[in-house]
Design a protein around this ligand. Sequence first.
Ligand code: UD1
Length: 417
Amino acid sequence: MDSLVVRPSGPLSGTVRVSGAKNSALKLLAATVLAQGDFVLHNVPRIADVEVMCDLLVSMGIDTRRSGTDLSVHCGSDIVPEAPYELVERMRASIVVLGPLLARFGRARVSMPGGDNFGTRPIDMHLLGLEKMGASFDVHHGYIEASCDRLLGTRVVLEFPSHTATDNLLMAAVLAKGTTIVENAAREPEVADLAAMLNRMGARVSGAGTSTIEVEGVDELTAVEHTTIPDRIEAATWVAAVGIAGGEVTIEAARPDHMDMVIQKMGVMGVRVSPSRSGLWASCSGRLQSTDVATLPYPGIATDYKPLLVTMLAMAEGVGIVTENVFRDNRFAYVAELMRMGADIRTEGHHAVVRGVPRLSGARVKAHDLRAGVALALAGLVAEGETEVQDASHIDRGYDDFAGKLRGLGAEVERRR
Ligand code: UD1
């Protein structure tokens, strides 16, 4: 397994460019199932999760070809509407093909997603919503066997604004007969990006980005070209890096309008962040100040930002209480690793009490998941001695050239095999 080795190297400086959003690109790729023809997606990050989604499309009989950050997708008429265990097991988000496959082919066979490092993540809301639209499901040998006549527009109220359930229902509704209304929908910018591509394909979606989405079904969609929005979580990672290591950095292509809350929170902690012509500018000097953090669905503080914020709090002045409201089980696994670096953190259920310490010390730590891996690497920017983040391949799932970009800002970081 690869490791990322980080040593302290002083304040960061320079410019870093944010790649396309993982959580958008995966859904845009799933949406190519909805129409026959040639798609071109621009600004697609070169990350492992996108590779899994491409493998999934290829396994269904769809061609994908990459050239830099452009991805060409050719979707024909002869598709095998199936997501096999080997791929769903590698990436739970594969479940987003269920809605579009049902909408276009009236049937789908998708492996049941298992658990992952975030604890159990059910898909009941996806299934309930699709059922309301007329789909029926059986589970056989670990696979969801779904079928329907043409889906019918209806009103679906989500129990929680689940991001991927919203995506799945949206992609199902575009080819349904009649009007679908999704209430308590996820408001993430990536949902709005998906809707923008669907509308370009000929769909009639309004309200995406708000909690009520209305979709008037159409009979057919066409293949299009679309540019993925920038990754707000990657952009926040660079702001956090400046908060942790100090310095001054320009974050090109960042969309500050997608990051209001996290910018505000990191601002309270002492990072100066302002919009610039090319994206964002961030600078920080002196010790960070503690604050409390509670994760919430967008536009609240995303759960994906939490490991970054916990690392910042671990070295800030004072005590901060962190509350996880989105994924309530097992989302503090990385805390034990941070404590091995000298952090003073106590967790109780979905809360963590983080008492800032003046200095962390480098250690061998393990990345349990994508965001945790990045947060540990950032801790290494200031921890005395060497920090070795093991299982660094988790980072490749969601960051396009993380180590290279960090090195470009002056950090001492290398990949060790
Ligand atoms: C997406 C993002 C992930 C992010 C998360 C929260 C993708 C590929 N992933 O994950 O990076 O951390 O949003 O912003 O876009 N739930 C149910 N039943 C369901 C669906 C969800 O109970 O049918 C629960 C989950 O267990 C969790 C909460 O709802 O507690 C939020 O999950 P959800 O928004 O669905 O997260 P994902 O879409 O899986």
